[in-house]
Design a protein around this ligand. Structure first.
Ligand code: DX5
Ligand code: ZN
Length: 225
């Protein structure tokens, strides 16, 4: 049985000199949300985009924007990102001194709070929170850079989260991020992933954005679906 799959293109792989065109193109190509990678040069060894860029692009699209905060103590900025138009605020468990407080500080802004796990962080850290979390993001590469190779060792973590959610009867969205192409999309969907974040897999797809999004969305379907 296949489940509904959402596709979230990562703007990190877009053409930053023509960002408005890239956003319009992925929206028309059928994207379900946009993924906005924020890096602070401290939590990860890279620096990307932030609040002014979010403010600039917010009026250009109706799609929900997922803010992936690769930033130490991300909740310090929750209010500003909410005011700039963020819809989902994805924070790393490793970046928060007190996850519960950070989740609370995010939720009061009205954004959906999501929790991300770096590759070395086990699913079990989320056990105490699982019934109150709506969405998790499993990193399938080390965060910091686009275009890296998918880590298949992350598949059991996705399965474990799927099972944890089933056991607690919660409707958990499971997003994956890093190295998601058609072949790896099939594996993560089969493990239970519901949202596929993909940068180069969408923007560099050889047959165009529309075909790329469609190919990712249906990667897990067999011929009987
Ligand atoms: C990496 C970012 C990703 C990145 C994914 O740290 O979180 O969102 O853009 O890029 P691809 O899909 O090219 O691996
Ligand atoms: Zn990301």
């Amino acid at each position: 049985m296949s489940h509904q799959i959402n596709i979230s293109p990562s703007l990190l792989a877009a053409d930053f000199a023509h960002l408005a065109d890239s956003i319009e193109a992925v929206e028309q190509a059928g994207a379900d949300e946009l993924h906005f990678d924020v890096m602070d040069g401290l939590f990860v060894p890279n620096i990307t985009i932030g609040i002014p860029i979010l403010e600039a692009i917010r009026p250009l699209t109706k799609l929900p924007i997922d803010i992936h905060m690769m930033v130490t103590e991300p909740a310090r900025y929750a209010k500003q990102f909410a005011e700039a138009g963020g819809d989902i605020f994805t924070i790393h468990v490793e970046a928060c001194d007190d996850l519960e407080t950070s989740l609370g500080d995010t939720r009061v802004t009205g954004m959906v709070a999501a929790v991300s796990l770096k590759p070395d962080t086990p699913a079990s850290v989320l056990q105490p929170f699982i019934s109150s979390i709506e969405r998790v993001l499993v990193m399938t590469v080390e965060p910091g850079f686009g275009g890296q190779r998918f880590m298949s060792e992350m598949l059991p973590k996705i399965t474990e989260l799927t099972e944890m959610a089933h056991r607690t009867g919660t409707d958990l969205e499971i997003a994956v991020d890093g190295g998601i192409k058609v072949d790896t999309a099939r594996e993560v969907i089969n493990a239970g992933a519901t949202t596929l974040i993909s940068g180069t897999g969408v923007f560099d797809y050889p047959n165009g954005l529309k075909m790329g999004i469609k190919a990712l969305r249906h990667a897990g379907a067999n011929e009987h679906d």
